[in-house]
Design a binder for this molecule. Structure first.
Ligand SMILES: Nc1ncnc2c1ncn2[C@@H]1O[C@H](COP(=O)(O)OP(=O)(O)OP(=O)(O)O)[C@@H](O)[C@H]1O
Ligand SMILES: [Mg+2]
Length: 251
C-alpha cells in the first residue's frame, strides 16, 4: 500500500500523522518504508538523529539513482530528506515529476506500506508523491483556509487522473488545533457537507505531547499514560486507513 500524506497548507499535521501511521503499522509487525519528500526534513529528524548516509537520501531519485533505505527501527525504513533536496525543484521537465514513481514502482513492493510525507506546497515534490502513491490522506486543521486548500489538492488529483496518473483521496483527517469549540464544529460541518464520509468521523485532539513525541522519536501512545486519548485517536486512524485502503476506498 502506497500512501501520500498531503495538504499544501503548512503546519496542519502532515508529518505528525505520517510519523504515527508509520509507528502504528510497524508495531503491528508490518514492514514500513517512510519517504520524506519535504526538504524541511521533519519526518527524517523525527525518525533518525544520527548521521545520514548520502545513499539514503530521496534526492537520489532525482539523479536517477536508487536510494538505499536506512533501517531506523523495528520494521521501519527511511528514505530521508534534507534541505539540499530543494535544488531539484528547479528542474520542471516532465520526467522529474515521475522520479519517485519510477523508483517506488519496483522498490515499493518489498514493503507492506509506503508512507510519503509531503511539503506544504503543490509543487514538484508533492506531485511526485501524488503520482507515486495509490492513496492520499489529507490532514486538515479545522480552519476555513484549510478547507479551501483541500479544494486545490483535489483539483490536482483530478488533473492527474485526466492523464491517467495519480492517487485517490482516501480520507480527510481533522486535527483540532483550535480550542474554540464552536469554530471547530462549524468547519467540521462544512467539511462533512462538502466531502461526506471521506472525512474520518473523529478529530485528532490537540495535545502538547504530540510535539514532544516527534522530538523524542516515540509515538505519543508510548510517552505516558495520560496521553491515551490522542494516542488512541492516531491508532484508530491507522486502522481505519488500512481498512479503507484494502477495502478499495470508503465503506
Ligand atoms: N494533535 C496535535 N496537538 C498539538 N500539536 C500538534 C498536533 N499535531 C501536530 N501538532 C504540532 O503542530 C505543528 C505542525 O505539525 P506538523 O509538523 O505535523 O505539520 P505539517 O503539516 O507537517 O507542517 P509542514 O507543512 O511545515 O510540513 C508541530 O509543531 C506539531 O508538533
Ligand atoms: Mg511536515
Amino acid at each position: 500500500m502506497k500512501l501520500a500524506v498531503a495538504n499544501q497548507k503548512g503546519g496542519v499535521g502532515k508529518t505528525t500523522l505520517a510519523f504515527h501511521l508509520i509507528h502504528a503499522w510497524a508495531e503491528e509487525g508490518k514492514k514500513v518504508l517512510a519517504v520524506d519528500m519535504d526538504p524541511q526534513g521533519d519526518l527524517t529528524s523525527s525518525l533518525w538523529s544520527g548521521d545520514l548516509p548520502g545513499t539514503a537520501l530521496v534526492a537520489r531519485v532525482f539523479e536517477g539513482k536508487p536510494p538505499l533505505p536506512l533501517e531506523v527501527g523495528q520494521g521501519v525504513f527511511l528514505v530521508a530528506a534534507e534541505i539540499s533536496l530543494s535544488v531539484h525543484e528547479k528542474d520542471l521537465s516532465l520526467k522529474n515529476y515521475f522520479r519517485l514513481k519510477t523508483w517506488l514502482d519496483s522498490a515499493g513492493d518489498s514493503y507492506d506500506a509506503v508512507v510519503v510525507d509531503c511539503p506544504p506546497s503543490l509543487g514538484l515534490f508533492t506531485i511526485n508523491a501524488l503520482v507515486a502513491a495509490q492513496w492520499v490522506v489529507a490532514p486538515v486543521d479545522v480552519s476555513f483556509y484549510s478547507v479551501r486548500a483541500l479544494g486545490d489538492l483535489l483539483g490536482s488529483l483530478e488533473e492527474l487522473k485526466e492523464i491517467g496518473e495519480g492517487a485517490r483521496l482516501l480520507g480527510i483527517a481533522p486535527f483540532a488545533f483550535a480550542t474554540r469549540q464552536r469554530a471547530t464544529r462549524a468547519v467540521q460541518e462544512l467539511l462533512e457537507e462538502e466531502y461526506g464520509d471521506l472525512v474520518f468521523p473523529w478529530v485528532i485532539p490537540s495535545s502538547a505531547r504530540v510535539r514532544e513525541a516527534l522530538i523524542l522519536g516515540k509515538p505519543v501512545w508510548r510517552l505516558r499514560r495520560d496521553e491515551q486519548a490522542v494516542g488512541e485517536s492516531f491508532r484508530r486512524l491507522a486502522l481505519e486507513i488500512w481498512k479503507r485502503a484494502y477495502g478499495g476506498g470508503r465503506g
